[in-house]
Write a protein that binds this ligand. Structure first.
Ligand SMILES: Nc1nc2c(ncn2[C@@H]2O[C@H](COP(=O)(O)OP(=O)(O)O)[C@@H](O)[C@H]2O)c(=O)[nH]1
Ligand SMILES: [Mg+2]
Length: 376
């Protein structure tokens, strides 16, 4: 297929100068937002990450449902929390550590959690089952938060779980191995951003397979995004640069989301190509990409750790997206990955519909894994 100039979106209408009156009418959907911030478009974008996160907070049900398999796997923990006694808490901690490991928290992270609980027990601040459950959640949140707490945007790393959209346009580079869920995640992201009034362009950087561009074009159609020009067998960096250049020149796009071909983190040449993609984007828009996000298949559990390290060495990552958590009991790996890589999880995938990409929230995550007994 030559998907070149594929453009299903109503926004792919002729591009017009920013102050053209025709442009105003074609952008009517954006007017309320844009009018408020007139020339401060970067302000609108900067807020979008927070807006999306706040709106999703009301969608805890979906988050809860999407983590059900991991919660079931951790069922034993509920028993431990209910029937432990102060006299033999060491046995309880040992069993708890094992239970966490079965849900892919990983030995190191499970030990950190249990050590934290032991400290609190020794200090006498845990006496009841509720105290124990709260302390467990606190430990998990504190592991998830150094890198992913929204308030940590002021932290030294500057890495936050909120999507950081900066620049005109802001560019997101999405990377990962084959089948991790990159293209689906891009579609879901486009859907969320479009819903908030952002004008999105999807750049088909997976030039190996025409089917990949078709899949992306379908998401563009569904989300009302603009679709970039596809060049089968073309240089991915060139395709992404062309999309960024188009957005820069035409000024009709707020966010460019760049798809890339899946690659094994062990394939040196392909990983180098990814570094080139990043450079090609920066050649057109020097401060971009503002986010480089690694999509990880949540069903692979702890195996994702090595993958993430290799990708991070090639293209410095600003965050992670963990997909398919709905299909796995290995959700504890989310905590392990953040604990060990100190990279924030920005979104989790909990299903295949557009709404099933949920902004990650450490408190909600801990709550979903260890709900208060009466909620179960
Ligand atoms: N259940 C579930 N399936 C997902 C999720 N994200 C992606 N998928 C599926 O995973 C498969 C691979 O996704 P795709 O986006 O093509 O992966 P890519 O090769 O990384 O671009 C598709 O069948 C998607 O529908 C998710 O969060 N939950
Ligand atoms: Mg793909």
């Amino acid at each position: 297929m030559q998907a070149g100039n594929v453009c299903h979106s109503r926004r792919c209408a002729p591009v017009v100068a920013p102050h053209d009156s025709a442009a105003s009418s074609s952008r009517s959907r954006l007017q309320p937002v844009r009018a408020q911030q007139a020339e401060a478009s970067p302000g609108l974008l900067a807020k979008l990450g927070r807006v999306i996160k706040e709106k999703a907070a009301g969608d805890y049900e979906r988050f809860f449902k999407g983590t059900s398999k991991t919660r079931e796997r951790l069922g034993l923990v509920e028993e431990l929390l209910t029937f432990w006694s102060l006299e033999d808490y060491e046995d309880t901690l040992e069993e708890l550590e094992e239970a966490l490991i079965t849900a892919d928290f990983g030995p190191k992270t499970a030990l950190t959690i249990v050590d934290g609980l032991r400290e609190e027990l020794k200090a006498g601040s845990i006496k009841t089952a509720d105290d124990m459950r709260s302390a467990l959640k606190r430990q998990i949140i504190s592991l998830l938060e150094p890198a992913s707490n929204s308030s940590s945007s002021s932290s030294s790393s500057g890495k936050t779980s909120e999507l950081q959209l900066q620049g005109e346009p802001a560019v997101l580079l999405i990377v990962g191995v084959n089948g991790a869920g990159k293209t689906t995640t891009i579609g879901k992201l486009a859907h969320r951003l479009s819903k908030e009034g952002a004008r999105v362009l999807l750049a088909p950087g997976d030039t190996f397979r025409a089917a990949a561009a078709e899949q992306l074009a379908e998401w563009a159609r569904r989300s009302g995004a603009k679709m970039g020009t596809f060049k089968e067998g073309g240089r991915p960096g060139g395709v992404l640069a062309a999309a960024c250049n188009d957005a820069k020149q035409q000024k009709d796009v707020d966010v460019v989301i760049c798809d890339t071909a899946g690659r094994l983190h062990t394939a040196y040449a392909l990983m180098e190509e990814l570094a080139n993609c990043r450079k090609s984007i920066a050649n057109v828009l020097p401060k971009q990409p503002c986010e480089t996000l690694l999509v990880l298949d949540g069903t692979t559990g702890l195996n994702m750790l090595n993958q993430a390290r290799e990708f991070n060495d090639t293209v410095p990552l600003s965050g992670l997206i963990l997909t398919k958590l709905d299909g796995t009991a290995r959700g504890g790996a989310v905590v392990s990955v953040v604990d060990q890589l100190k990279l924030p999880v920005k979104f989790i995938g909990v299903g295949e519909t557009p709404e099933d990409l949920q902004p990650f929230d450490a408190v909600n995550f801990a709550e979903a894994l260890f709900p208060a007994a009466k909620q179960q």
